[in-house]
Design a protein around this ligand. Sequence first.
Ligand SMILES: [Zn+2]
Length: 80
Amino acid sequence: MKPWKCSKKKWCKTLADRLQIKNAHGKGLAPFVLMSMTTGKDTVYGVVYKTDAKDDGVLLNVCPWCAEKICFVPKKKVIK
Ligand SMILES: [Zn+2]
């Protein structure tokens, strides 16, 4: 079975295993989620890496493991 790669719907297993879902505000990799103003639903826009809890984090452009593009922030959207 071929391992799947990261997509907008699903992360590859290597990344998924390392994402901090429960402790998203600590050090490490965490999903970058924003609530949509139009639908009110949470949408995952990518993955951020934080060096510690105070760090705002940096968005990863590509997955370090499967090399797929994992930044789904719309170009029009301005973050900070
Ligand atoms: Zn991946």
